[in-house]
Design a protein around this ligand. Structure first.
Ligand code: ADP
Ligand code: ADP
Length: 245
């Protein structure tokens, strides 16, 4: 079952010239016709050098905005064709985990509240939130007793587990992972990668994964797309792509 389908996606940024007047000088095409499907329970990795358009692709998907050209379908629905209420319902199904857990967690908020935020927004009461936070912390291998602590009191690996727990709060079927272990010490990357694998096996999650680390990709991905200059130059099963000369 295809849960995320992208066809002929294009995205460009305005180009400016001059440091003071910043005159518009046309557009820069960052993504130029990308197509792929991600199936339930499987992982597609997009790899490529910095600046090739990986993050732009992810952001365009998460944005729910109508693409300049092409289409995005999440569980068969184009988010930009839905009502606000239907968008909100669909949003629960696709969540993102960022590279730097430090940058994406508010240092003033205890981790339990960070994890529960998507539930609070959706109107879950305090009791329900506390119950789910315990469940989610347990799921990602954090002791629920740590819910009252602040992100600064956690290690990098623990913070990334908080980010993953928060992403799981709405029971999504798709996780978008933007370099989820690149900011972590190599010694703790394996623990987070194993967690992601276990979660996928247990919950049937689809992963759209971006990484520049080919070892990580080999470990996690069923399929790999190689991106260069805004397009996919190669796509196929991981073994095939990595065994290519
Ligand atoms: P990474 O390669 O880790 O994705 P980048 O340096 O490409 O990091 O981008 C970091 C952030 O800066 C992203 O949010 C991206 O959208 C933004 N960004 C990248 N290039 C530009 C640019 N030329 N002008 C404005 N913002 C940019
Ligand atoms: P990657 O994630 O593969 O490193 P990005 O998608 O961040 O690549 O960037 C693709 C291209 O688009 C780069 O040339 C980058 O400088 C440019 N870019 C990214 N974000 C912006 C932005 N907000 N404004 C202008 N240019 C951007």
């Amino acid at each position: 079952e295809v849960v995320l389908s992208v066809r002929d996606l294009h995205k460009s940024y305005p180009l400016f010239r001059g440091s003071v007047l910043r005159r518009r000088a046309g557009t820069f095409a960052a993504v130029k016709g990308v197509s792929f499907d991600v199936r339930a329970g499987s992982t597609l990795a997009i790899v490529g050098e910095s600046g090739c358009g990986k993050s732009t692709t992810l952001l365009q998907i998460m944005d729910f905005a109508r693409p300049e050209q092409g289409s995005v379908e999440i569980r068969g629905q184009r988010p930009y064709e839905l009502s606000r209420a239907d968008q909100r319902a669909l949003r629960a199904h696709i969540q993102i985990v960022f590279q730097d857990p430090m940058a994406s967690l508010d240092p003033r908020i205890p981790v339990g509240e960070i994890i529960a935020e998507p539930l609070r927004i959706r109107g879950a009461d305090a009791g329900e939130r506390a119950r789910r936070v315990r469940e989610l912390m347990d799921t990602v291998g954090l002791r629920p007793a740590l819910a009252d602590r602040y992100p600064a009191q956690f290690s990098g690996g623990q913070r990334q587990r908080v980010g993953i727990a928060r992403a799981l709060a709405t029971k999504p079927s798709i996780l978008v992972l933007d370099e989820p272990v690149s900011a972590l010490d190599v010694s703790i990357q394996a623990g987070v990668l194993n967690l992601l694998q276990d979660l996928q096996a247990e919950l049937g999650l689809a992963y759209l994964f971006v990484s520049h680390d080919l070892g990580v990709v080999r470990h996690l991905a069923d399929e790999v797309a190689v991106m260069r200059d805004g397009v996919f130059v190669e796509k196929g099963p991981t073994e095939t792509v990595f065994s290519a000369p």
